[in-house]
Design a binder for this molecule. Structure first.
Ligand code: ATP
Length: 198
């Protein structure tokens, strides 16, 4: 099976994430997309992050009814930092016949070389860079570092931009402003019921 791996904090998941996942699924002919909420993302250690269980439950609500979307809790179940390379190694060990596609925001391609063991990541997965801007992605540094072999492991897809972020949603909730139509209704209700982000 062709599996898209979509990592993030998802605090909370919103329509930008869901549209990106759906566009990758369609444009790359993926059988499934697995949302992998991060326990303690290496780049966000100073930020307060909602408990993993809350973030995973909001993801479950957001993808309910979409049989080709799944929530994968392996990073929440693992102790300590969650590096992408460890997650991909783990998935590959358990499901060696799956073909893996790592879904990334366009910006992440530019700093991909700073990630932990990027060459190993490219051995395990094809990168899917999601471009939500008008200009083509700048692949100069990626090409310089990973060459032609790397480029063969890179797919670039376009999606209509939805300018929503989890930070904006959290700020709106804190300020008592509306988040309707930014995230699925079930997620909005969950945030209210659990009094998140106040
Ligand atoms: P935060 O505001 O807390 O930093 P976020 O909304 O950027 O969160 P993350 O969980 O950090 O969400 O992001 C996970 C992935 O989703 C990243 O690859 C990021 O590029 C992508 N992403 C975030 N927002 C959007 C959006 N509006 N449209 C498409 N992709 C998005």
């Amino acid at each position: 099976m062709r599996i898209g791996i979509y990592g993030g904090t998802f605090d909370p998941v919103h329509f930008g994430h869901l549209l990106a996942a759906e566009q990758c699924r369609e444009q790359c002919s993926l059988d499934e997309v697995w949302f992998v909420p991060a326990a303690t993302p290496p780049h966000k250690t100073t930020k307060d992050i909602s408990p993993g269980e809350n973030r995973a439950e909001m993801l479950e609500l957001a993808i309910a009814g979409h049989s080709y979307f799944r929530v994968d809790r392996r990073e929440l179940d693992r102790e300590g930092y969650s590096y992408t390379v460890d997650t991909l190694t783990d998935i590959h060990d358990v499901e060696p016949t799956h073909e893996l596609f790592l879904l990334l925001g366009g910006d992440s391609v530019i700093d991909f070389e700073t990630w932990r063991e990027p060459v190993k990541i490219l051995q395990f997965a094809t990168l899917v860079a999601v471009n939500r801007g008008r200009a083509p992605l700048d692949l100069t540094s990626f090409r310089r570092r990973f060459g032609e072999a790397g480029e063969q492991r890179l797919l670039c897809i376009e999606m209509p931009a939805i300018d929503v972020s989890a930070t904006d949603i959290r700020n709106r909730v804190r300020d008592g402003r509306s988040i309707r139509f930014m995230t699925p209704r079930g997620v909005e209700e969950y945030i209210n019921e659990h009094r998140l982000y106040r």
